[in-house]
Design a protein around this ligand. Structure first.
Ligand code: NAP
Length: 459
């Protein structure tokens, strides 16, 4: 038998586990999928926006993998802490695949970033997704918000901020977060990109969805769009990637209907702004954010932008920076601080340039925080096939016994699959009691309590 630990139960971890057990070349592979949280699915549960039900439904296929009899889910197990070091983990298993993602947000590095009311989109997403480590947001007094960045996360948080109570109530968002968002007096969300409209990192489907929100007008300034040469010149646009061309057409459509939408007296407005780079966060006398100063940029013709020395202030009582994630070093493992990833060759962890025996990576910690969920499938496959090539040598080592016993002996209290199923039942019960669909339990004691004392499934 080849015993493998996969650390992280998000898409990359689950796809790695799936590839390892479903292949035919190496029989007898058994995989434990470990997660720090009592709940599986990583960013599918704690990152995919609650109103994106279709993407969320991916949990169905991830669940089928974790229910495979050759795979065990062990939640509430933190790797890299004092109870379970990475070195100890490698003693317990023939091989370990790290699929720990990229947990930290990136800073803007501008004055005023520390002011009250400035947060990372990561923290905001974690809160409305019910992550048990997330701090609560308070939107009292917030009339305007600025979201910095033009990726799909920026679009997600812009959309969630702009959505009305009925749409949010229909999600599995934790009840306290729902109360804060649905009750907020927010009127304007400005999503601000430092580059041009053809250079946004968002995908067209996500961009277009902003125009479908009930009671929300999307405003774009045609003059600002025209700062991008590809917006003005069809020949230049023809050379763009298809996604950029489609994005431009969606934005052009909004630019043309701008006046009409404004006349409909929308409840809230999304302003999509371009060619403005963050210069500083503006604070009031109470130390809270009151706005952001941006510098107008011009395209440099090589994909980048330069400053023009012209500044614009945008009022905001809430600023969310959504400028990408970065990986966090795991004690005991090498780390490339510049890239925020663990160095590897085809998924084999590299220590001082040489492949480390039995240690592998997949997902964002391997390739950086890019790509959609499906990108993790080929990424995990590459890693799994490296591991399987090494299997003969790895399996020669005798293991001390069932790793689960060793984890318990180390004082850990793993939540196994029935514990997770009990959390699901408790969340469905909570939703029913609130007159909603299944609603997430957002705190550690609630999750662990539910996992430890499973209530019988309700028919
Ligand atoms: P991202 O796609 O890398 O976008 C980051 C954005 O931040 C870019 O617009 C970037 O602008 C901007 N930025 C970086 N540094 C900045 C600075 N100092 N000042 C101003 N702007 C700055 O990252 P993400 O939005 O966090 O998404 C991560 C990954 O998850 C992506 O692959 C994304 O597609 C995926 N995702 C997908 C979905 C979905 O499919 N629905 C949802 C969420 C996330 P520049 O381009 O100018 O650098």
């Amino acid at each position: 038998m080849l015993r493998v630990a996969v650390v992280g139960s998000g898409p990359s971890g689950v796809y790695a586990a799936q590839t390892l057990v479903q292949q035919r070349e190496v029989p007898g592979v058994r995989v434990d999928v470990l997660d720090r949280l009592p709940a599986p699915y990583g960013l599918v549960r704690y990152g995919v926006a609650p109103d994106h039900e279709k993407i969320k439904s991916l949990t169905g296929s991830l669940r089928a993998v974790l229910e495979d009899e050759r795979i065990r889910f062990l939640g509430n197990v933190e790797v890299g802490g004092p109870s379970l070091t990475t070195a100890r983990l490698l003693e317990l298993y023939h091989a370990v695949v790290y699929c720990v993602g990229a947990a930290r947000d990136r800073l803007l590095g501008i004055p005023g970033e520390e002011l009250a009311g400035v947060h990372s989109a990561t923290a905001f997403v974690a809160w409305y997704s019910g992550h048990p480590d997330a701090a609560a947001f308070d939107l009292r007094g917030v009339r305007s918000a600025v979201v910095v960045g033009a990726g799909n996360v920026a679009v997600d948080v812009t959309r969630i901020l702009a959505r009305g109570a009925p749409e949010l109530t229909a999600t599995d968002m934790p009840h306290p977060a729902l109360g804060v968002l649905a009750g907020s007096g927010l009127r304007t969300v400005s999503m601000v990109a430092r580059r041009g409209p053809s250079q946004g990192r968002f995908t067209t489907k996500e961009l277009r969805e902003l125009g479908t929100l009930p009671g929300v007008a999307v405003r774009v300034d045609p003059a600002e769009l025209a700062l991008d040469p590809t917006y003005r010149d069809p020949d230049a646009a023809a050379a763009l990637p298809a996604v950029a061309r489609r994005n431009l057409e969606v934005l052009r459509g909004w630019a043309e209907t701008d006046g009409e939408e404004a006349a409909e007296k929308p409840d809230r407005t999304i302003a999509l702004r371009f060619q403005l780079r963050p210069a500083m966060v503006l604070g009031g006398t109470d130390g809270r954010v009151v706005g952001m100063r941006f510098e107008r940029t011009a395209q440099d013709g090589a994909g980048g932008v330069t400053g023009t020395g012209v500044y614009e202030d945008v009022p905001a009582e809430l600023v969310l920076r959504s400028v990408g994630y970065q990986g966090v070093p795991l004690p005991g493992l090498p780390f490339d601080a510049a890239r925020g990833t663990i160095p590897h060759a085809a998924g084999r962890v590299l220590r001082a340039g040489r492949a480390s025996v039995g240690e592998y990576v997949a997902g964002w910690i391997k390739r950086g925080p890019t790509g959609v969920i499906g990108t993790n499938r080929p990424c995990a496959k590459e890693t799994a096939s490296s591991l399987l090539q090494d299997a003969g040598a790895l399996a020669r080592r005798e293991l001390p016994g069932d790793p689960l016993d060793a984890l318990r002996a180390a004082g850990l209290r793993p939540v196994e699959w029935p514990g997770w199923l009990a959390i699901e039942v408790a969340e469905a019960d909570l939703g029913r009691s609130l007159g909603r669909r299944s609603v997430k339990i957002p705190d550690w004691s609630g999750l662990l309590g539910a996992a430890g004392s499973p209530s019988p499934p309700t028919p």
